[in-house]
Design a protein around this ligand. Structure first.
Ligand code: ADP
Length: 253
């Protein structure tokens, strides 16, 4: 988010550089249960983002000193592949990925019924294969479907979406150019069933009014994303009935 205000990102016809309206999401495709060896998984394409999420557990938390006697812990790793961006990214964790792993893990601590699994760990892996802005929202959204696919009991699915400001206008779901040259970005994660905000960050500047507008737009985006999540889970269990996992999914949407 450079805040370079003079790059024209909205055409005279009111459309954005990729032809979208201001309140339009990029195309989203989601598939649950794509990995044989993970307890739960999800592959997500969101605009130019390609993300895979895998969930393992609940399993005994290791190292043992990390165990909590009364609940499970959530361990999340967000990772961007070296080939996911234009210039090769140095492999391994950096400050950004450590921060994102932490905030995404915390978001799920709010919805997973952790007290059902004392001394356990629920491990979430988010691998960004191709990045095009909005990967934290894509990762959070995919991980939520992977958790449901793993049958982890949750109070709600978490859907995420960002809104921001480009050329002085509030709009939904910034793509890479908009993220680079726009004025602000406001990613939000919502527990879809309860409406609770479980992640909110902001990059750039918004006035109070713009913040309210962007917040409302992002929430509307989350509702659309949640519909696609529900559809992905329904497709999964329609094609391959799995009574145990289906039971774990009860009422999380
Ligand atoms: P998000 O992906 O959630 O929008 P950022 O705002 O930090 O997170 O990043 C925006 C975009 O910038 C990413 O989606 C990615 O396309 C690009 N990006 C992030 N980190 C790097 C990096 N280390 N090298 C190259 N591009 C990056």
């Amino acid at each position: 988010m450079s805040g370079v205000g003079n790059v024209k990102l909205i055409g005279d016809d009111g459309k954005r550089i990729d032809g979208r309206a201001l309140n339009e999401l990029r195309p989203i495709k989601m598939e649950a249960g794509v990995l044989k060896r993970a307890e739960g998984s999800c592959y997500l394409e969101w605009g130019g983002n390609k993300v895979i999420a895998a969930v393992y557990g609940p399993r005994e938390a290791q190292p043992r000193h990390s165990q909590k006697v009364d609940r499970a812990i959530v361990q999340c790793r967000y990772n961007m592949a070296p080939f996911s961006v234009d210039e090769r990214k140095r492999p391994g964790p950096d400050r950004r990925s450590i921060e994102l792993s932490k905030v995404i893990g915390h978001a799920f601590e709010n919805v997973i019924l952790l007290d059902k699994y004392p001394k356990s760990s629920i491990d979430i892996f988010i691998e960004v294969l191709q990045a095009d802005a909005g990967t934290r929202c894509a990762g959070l959204t995919a991980a939520s479907v992977a958790l449901a696919d793993a049958g982890i009991p949750m109070r709600s699915l978490v859907a995420a979406c960002a809104a921001g400001r480009i050329n002085g206008k509030v709009c939904l779901d910034l793509c890479k150019e908009e993220d680079n040259y726009g004025d602000a970005d406001l990613p939000i994660g919502v527990a879809a069933r309860t409406g609770e905000i479980v992640l909110m960050q902001m990059d750039g500047d918004l006035s109070g009014e713009e913040f309210d507008e962007a917040f409302k737009l992002a929430i509307e985006g989350c509702a659309k994303v949640n519909e696609i999540q529900r559809q992905a889970l329904m497709n999964r269990y329609r094609s391959e009935p799995q009574p145990m996992a289906a039971e774990g999914n009860g009422g999380v949407c």
